[in-house]
Design a protein. Sequence first.
Lengths: 442, 150
Amino acid sequence: MQRLQAPTPVNETQRLAALEAYRLLDTEPEASFDDLTWLASSLCHAPIAVIGLVDSSREIFKSRLGLNVSGVPRTESFGTHALLQKNRFEIEDAARDRRFRDHPLVVGDPHIRFYAATPLVDPEGNPLGVLAVADSRARSLNPEECAALERLGRQAMALIELRSARSRAQAALREGTEKHAALNVVHQELRALSYIISHDLRAPLINLMGFSGEMRKLLGTVTRKLDESQIEGLDPEILPLLRGEIPRAMEFIAGAATRMSGQLDVVLKLFRLGRYELNPEPVNLACIFQSVVETHVRPDDRTSVRLDLDAMPDLYLDSEAIYILANNLVSNALKYRQKGRPCRVEVSATHDESGVTLCVADNGRGIAPEDHDEIFKLFRRCGRQDTKGEGVGLTFCRTLVNRMGGHMWLESEPGLGSKFFVFLPGTRAAGAKSAEAGSAAA
Amino acid sequence: MKTSAPIYVVDDDDGHAFLVESNLRLSGIANEIVRFHNGFDVLDYMLGNPELTRVPALIVLDVNMPGLSGLRVLEKLRAHPLTLITPVVMLSSSGHPPEIDLCYRSGCNLYLMKPIAYEEFVKVIRLLGQVVQVVELPSSGTPALRSAAF
């Protein structure tokens, strides 16, 4: 049986991909689609109505009325022809149409004569399928029936769109819920880890420190007793070992344990800062920075620190967190100075609707571009190691800034200086406004 | 404190237990010190022997022990008439604030953090030893016996 085949639509690959993406093929019947075929059948006075989707090999009926097949091969599909039309496709008498006269559904049950379809075209212009009506008697659609079919076709496409949007939203929601659950697990694990650090990792250190202390004490006793008893023939190398090398070895052990204990405390503090309960209150940046500067700079110092914060209103922020930030940034600016020139530090801030941007600028040694990320990492220190430090201050700062919903960045020129910026979302404190108004009135 | 009643030290860590015992001793404590390696051992020993005459004057209890944690041991001790009011000092290497609260809420009398630095550790345990020697502790025996004596 050689029938005239419908040509393949242009952009067929793109069309099939679009159809696939709607995830409609081979899905269960849905009442909302069945309502549309019922309406099409009723308004067009046709006993048969379908919503057919044309994939690479079949026309599959998402909804069908008056037809007892769930789909047909593409070679026997009316929809494949209708798909190629921009608008309505109509065959008044299939028995007289050489494309369809020997079609199984024309020759056999349900003996289709009349067929009319409107293409279902997605917003990108891909025809996915058709809304079609059919009858076993030859006829045509009157203008009202045409209008109904076309409008119902647009409704069918809108329904497909909505259905797809809904399932995308559901998938996103599901993914969000899963991510949230996964984050909760991570959060619980972090809490557990902070307990492990605070307990299980400290317990062995107590022994390391304790017994190197005991050893030191015992060594002292042994050395003293050997001295006192004046044993004849005692190898002269033994006492120097007991007094020198062995205690020194013990010191290394105790030193390493002390360092590790300090690092554990830092990690623990970091965990606590990350979960720090913010307590926003009206904060005066100038006051906080002033008190920080006073703890770091002696009057006779050749250092100049200029605070340009007078114009800043009181802001609704956590004062404890701001103090930690100010302390770390100012002490870093003073610490990493460039040899041979007096240290100058400038603290300034700007404020707008979204929050406050702080800037601590120095004329110090600067930071190489490749180290700009590195310096925020725990226990990492960059550049010349000629000052004391644990490499934790900026990590604390970043953790706190993140906790406050802000962010931190820097600009730096090696040899010239660095500028550390902190953005914090923070609204102007209500009290500050009225205070300003009060002073203006006075 | 009467020196006739023993002091129990419950700690799974041999090193910690040694440091605690030896420094309690060095602080001048003359009482017998009985060491238990875990929570089950001390509960079995105390609560499984009703004829036990020498109820401890003091229990030094580690918080973090495998099997039965110090907190669970404390709860069991507080639920038993024999040890309802026995003074319990909790020792912990953590100092985790929620843990401290929980210990006191469960009825411990003192919570001490085991310091990591040797000198600090020695200082804390010796101070504990000195304090224990001068404080008055409940007399030995069951609460019923105690009230009868009163």
